[in-house]
Design a protein around this ligand. Sequence first.
Ligand code: NAP
Length: 274
Amino acid sequence: MAQTTPNSSSPKWALITGASAGIGAGFARQLAAQGWSLVLVARRADKLQQVQAAVNDINPVVTCHLVSLDLAEPSATEQLVAFCQTQGVSVDYLVNNAGYGVPGDFEHVDWTTHQAMLQVMLTSVVELCRAFYPSMKTAGYGRIINVSSLAGLTPPTAGHTLYGAVKSFLIKFSHSLHLEAKEHGVHVTALCPGFTYTEFHDVNGTRGMVSQLSKKLWMTADDVVAQGLDAVAHNRPVYVNGWRNKAIASLSKYLPDAVIRFLMRGSIKKFRKR
Ligand SMILES: NC(=O)c1ccc[n+]([C@@H]2O[C@H](COP(=O)([O-])OP(=O)(O)OC[C@H]3O[C@@H](n4cnc5c(N)ncnc54)[C@H](OP(=O)(O)O)[C@@H]3O)[C@@H](O)[C@H]2O)c1
């Protein structure tokens, strides 16, 4: 059985970004059930409070701090590190999960939007790993899950221009850090879900389009999270959720990009939002 918590009687802390909804809220509930105290980060304080109430119901013993913060702010990591220091929180488990999709073609999306996406989904992920990994290494125990996507493993598409690129970056970055960390008791996993029932497609305005997809392609956030927790416990560098997504990832790896794009051309066109 893989070790799921550090060997220590002091509180064990997990910090989860994007914990107010979807996959992040699932991580909060399932890590609380395992006995982890939590630092939950997202912008919407009311939604974070709802997740905190659910966490308290699941495990009244764990402490749950809420940090209402926009990770697009360049000082966000500094603020989180300062918060943890003030509260005496030593982060042993980091889940970089906050994220969203930006539909539209590259030049039609304003630079501020691109910049915020890069800050939230790329820079802040690397910064948070850089901030918390060294103490995990010193302690000889740590868990890091960077929530990427199947989109990081499939060929590029037109539209949502930065999304696949950012998710590919997370996979490569997590795998490198995994290789550096594995001798030090720190497990690092890039988690790659496919279509998952969350607020994601409501936020980016594609719910109408994606609801036409076969239900077989969809997973629940709870299943994605349970598999993610297991994957990092077993120190998998990259984990793709669900056998259908695994099959798509394998085809993308072994078939030429042009063949995959040809096979997917109908759905790519259909689901492209300009
Ligand atoms: N759902 C899918 O089909 C799917 C598939 C593959 C990968 N993913 C990935 O899974 C991760 C979680 O997404 P989800 O599906 O759970 O979507 P979701 O239900 O929309 O949740 C996204 C979370 O990110 C937070 N967030 C967004 N922008 C933020 C910002 N600027 N600062 C702080 N927090 C921010 C949101 O909180 P606030 O709005 O309260 O700030 C929310 O808690 C993302 O990285 C996404 O790319 C999702």
